[in-house]
Ligand binder design. Structure first.
Ligand code: C5P
Length: 246
């Protein structure tokens, strides 16, 4: 990584949290000990101009709880987080990004992992021509017109990679729906090409400390009933570990 004076390469001391994460994972006897996991969490911010952005209501609480639970289970965890106010989980190497494209870049840089969990609410679209200067309200009554382009689908891209296809990388996706959860989660699992898809009702949980999950895989579906996000995260991690073993 970068060093002072702009030098780059071997010789740079790794971040203490990264060292701790690696040591803890090495010494752990948990169900995911020795495994490398990447988790995405939070929303992304897509700029309109230097002072405005488009975002969504994801708080990052569920994704961060999953990263923490994975570390507790002995994994070495990289968390790629969009802009959130929740603190970095202890024992997890956290990389902070703003936009979907930055999130993709950070995920790709960490992609020698065994498990990828895409819990982030990545913005589907970004503004096509980001203004270099603040768009001014000039009194003429003229409204700004925004046009959009599609963001890369990080999860679908990772799920199509060679390592995911040959089973070396296990991919878990999320679906935040407002209704017909099981139907949408089942369809999304197929569309994203992932072995496990976790559904939740977005508006019922955004920003809150509790949630309820439904797990959809090739065998069918299974509910993790209403509970705190860390409790659900631990149950989800146990389910992932069980599936990896099988
Ligand atoms: O298609 P939708 O956004 O509903 O899919 C949700 C799942 O896909 C989540 O796991 C989310 O993290 C992931 N995703 C992604 N990149 C995108 C959009 C969604 O990784 N651009």
């Amino acid at each position: 990584g970068d060093m002072a004076c702009g030098e780059y390469g071997l010789g740079r001391l790794a971040e203490p949290t990264a060292i701790m994460t690696a040591i803890t994972a090495m010494l752990s006897t948990g169900p995911l000990s020795g495994k490398h996991i990447i988790v995405t969490s939070g929303p992304t911010h897509e700029p309109i101009d230097p002072v405005r952005y488009i975002a969504n209501r994801s708080s990052g609480k569920q994704g961060h709880a999953i990263a923490k639970a994975a570390a507790e289970a002995g994994a070495s965890v990289v968390l790629v987080s969009g802009p959130v106010t929740v603190p970095d989980p202890a024992g997890v190497q956290t990389i902070h990004v703003e936009t979907a494209r930055q999130m993709l870049e950070a995920v790709e840089a960490a992609l020698s992992a065994d498990i990828f969990i895409g819990a982030a609410a990545v913005a589907d679209w970004r503004v096509a021509d980001v203004a270099g200067q603040k768009i001014k309200k000039d009194g003429s009554g003229q409204l700004p017109q925004l046009s959009f382009v599609e963001n890369p689908d990080i999860l679908a891209g990772v799920a199509q990679s060679a390592r995911a296809q040959n089973g070396a990388l296990y991919c878990v996706g999320f679906a935040a729906e407002s209704h017909d959860l099981l139907k949408h989660a089942t369809a999304k699992r197929e569309r994203k090409g992932v072995p496990l898809l976790v559904g939740n009702i977005g508006p019922a949980t955004f920003g809150l400390d509790d949630n309820a999950l439904v797990l959809v895989d090739a065998q069918g579906s299974q509910e993790l009933p209403h509970a705190g996000k860390l409790i659900l995260a631990r149950q989800l991690v146990a389910e992932i570990a069980r599936r990896l073993k099988a």
